[in-house]
Design a protein around this ligand. Sequence first.
Ligand SMILES: [Zn+2]
Length: 479
Amino acid sequence: MDVKHRHRRPRGCRGLLLKFVGLPVSRSAQRQRTWFRTLLSKKLDNIQRINDTPILLQNIVFLLRQSVWPGVNYYLRALAPLVSIPPIRSFQTKIHALLRKHLRLTVRELQAVLSQLQLPLRLSGLGFPDLTTIAPIAFGASVVTALEDISDTDLHVISAAVAGLSNLNFINPSDRKGSDREYLASLVKHENVQKTISKYYHTRIFKELSHHSSELVQARLRSLRVRGSALWLSSLPTSPRLTISDLHYRNAIRIRLGLLPTGVRASQQCRTCHRGVTFAEDPNHWLGCSGLSGSALTTRHNSINKLLLRLCTEKDLQCIYEPQFPEAHTRPDLSFDSAAGISYISDARITHPCGRTVVRHAAHTTKYAATRVENGKHRHHADLVAASHTILLPAAWETFGAIGDEALNLLRIIRDQPLQHGSSPDEHTLKFYQQLASVALQIGNSRVIASARMLHNKQLRRDARLRRPIRTRKPRLRH
Ligand SMILES: [Zn+2]
């Protein structure tokens, strides 16, 4: 772009909108598009540079979501959808191809999960909103904000904003009254127009996705919506405790998106529990497979307990791992005394909301599986609590990351203990504790998948050997 062009400020409303975000672009739509295309290609070059650097997948996905997407959104606020959509479509396709390569997804798999991938984290997605939908929302919201300053000579800007927003049906077309300007003026009442319309649009997509799905998918999506269940996705590997290897990260993403474990076919039956469950029935069956209790599932359970133990130790609390109570027949995972002298016992469990016994309820009730486990723990340890005068804090997590109410309470109690000399207050917040648990849980899930796949394949090979006809060797004739 030449210097003369760069310094020419467009007049009127467009000038106001461009000034709003500080874009040095021309009034001509063609030039604006060329300018935007150049800008996006520079962005792609930068992304390619990151791509060529050996950094963790955890960092790459975080960077794309937290930096590239908001960066592009910034420009979409001042460019009419007709100008921005063609370049943004090709940009988005390239980023999707990049994500597909890093996450090792097939083209078909990406297409199958695209709607979920485009939802925000709080709505069970991966936080990559569809930019071709964001473009009209961002531009429309800017026009609404600058509406009072738009003169009648710039009516085409208003028409462009209304045309983009109308397709989203944010306001029912039959309820629309008055001119285009009046329609936009009716949106001014919303505090943050872009946020409000995006939220409306994404909630609608989530409901469509959930409504047309099986109970199993509904249970997964509902669990993923619980506040804090996506904390591992917004964690940066700033310490070993928050670092997720690429292999674990990919497995965790597949679990979140409801994709089959790699190397497994939907028609195959689980060979680790022999209950005749196929992966078409539940792609995440291994996360709660009874054939893995006592091995991979116990290792995952222990990793959460070790984390709780470490948090107590960091607060210098008197704690015992798997304490014995001679007066009772049950044994909890952990006991500790608070600084105020109150004795607590804790028993943790990770539960799968898509399990056969709970899926029907988990599809319609948030945190059903976790609450059921926590209530069960109270019944299980009733005698122990009565005999030992302690307070029981059951701690349940759902496999997809949702934390039970009582588990949250346990973390809160540990957090409220006095801080030890030399320890950082940043590492003793409720959010940080939840983040650690979220990362530990997803790594645990990935290990369950890896271990189950090994057992499953071993069993398949054994079955194939048994099916092979036994060859009888012909007796050799001796001369
Ligand atoms: Zn199984």
